[in-house]
Design a protein around this ligand. Structure first.
Ligand SMILES: *[C@@H]1O[C@H](CO)[C@@H](O)[C@H](O)[C@H]1NC(C)=O
Length: 258
């Protein structure tokens, strides 16, 4: 299987042949050190629980259905206060987001969410949207604090266009971004995720994010809506250590740092 990095190199190389100015423009827009979410990287570790799979970068719940199934995903969560894992010092981050694709369809992901970073005693947040394989871009006009309740929603208006919305649930205030991409969605996956994302070509050191609970978790399909209870659970496993514990109910996805 191609690694996501290799795959995106091939895709970028292909687009460079077809549209050199497009690629140049895309690279110019990228910011050094910016967040890049990656498709689900499954790990080989055999699960001792039949309903859980392991990954190096995603924890949460993922649906995988046929092409053209999912058109929107939403979830609401309380922004956690990240901390350094025990014994750690330095900078640690994690991101919570909702998205379409990135598992069985790994050539594109439409997603929106929040990064949490702790650097020494200092905690900071970024709200962003991303259409993988492009990088994440920060929303302007929203400033996130610990304890805020935010509702995140992505909607695919076609396989190559969509919107990302973050709402401050206390005030009803929203920020909205329309996106388009030449990397078409398959609309096969719907997910609620806490991610160890990439920055500068490597995974960020994963923060202890406590618990992220996505409430009112809903995926919209062509025939109605779906809660997360039938989704596959994914936990992050790195260097033989399982770092998260994900669970679902009819309307919630709970991801705990363990
Ligand atoms: C949401 O609104 C509350 C009340 O005005 C404010 O304190 C908080 O910072 C806002 N959070 C976001 C993410 O906009």
């Amino acid at each position: 299987m191609l690694s996501a990095g290799l795959l995106s190199c091939i895709l970028l190389a292909a687009s460079a042949v077809a549209r050199p100015s497009g690629l140049a423009g895309r690279i110019a827009r990228r910011r050094a050190g910016s967040h890049l979410s990656q498709p689900l990287q499954r790990s080989e570790l055999i699960s001792d629980q039949s309903n859980v799979e392991y990954s190096s970068n995603w924890a949460g719940a993922v649906y995988a259905e046929g092409d053209g199934t999912y058109t929107a995903v939403t979830g609401t969560f309380v922004v956690p206060t990240p901390s350094a894992p025990s014994g750690g010092s330095g900078t640690y981050s994690a991101a919570a987001w909702v998205g379409i694709d990135g598992d069985t369809c790994d050539n594109a992901i439409l997603q929106t969410g929040v990064d949490f970073t702790v650097d020494g005693g200092e905690v900071s947040y970024d709200a962003w949207y991303e259409w993988y394989p492009d990088y994440a871009y920060d929303f302007s006009g929203i400033s996130i604090s610990a304890g805020d309740t935010i509702k995140t929603t992505v909607t695919a208006t076609s396989t190559t266009s969509g919107t990302a919305v973050i709402e401050n649930v206390s005030t009803g205030q929203t920020v909205t971004q329309s996106l388009t991409s030449s990397y078409a969605l398959c609309e096969e996956n719907a997910e609620w995720i806490v991610e160890d994302y990439e920055e500068n070509g490597g995974l960020v050191s994963f923060a202890d994010f406590g618990t992220v609970t996505f409430t009112d978790a809903v995926a919209t399909t062509s025939s109605g809506t779906q809660g997360p209870s039938g989704a596959t659970l994914i936990d992050i496993e790195q260097n033989g250590n399982v770092l998260t514990s994900a669970s679902v109910s009819s309307s919630e996805v709970v991801v705990k740092y363990t």
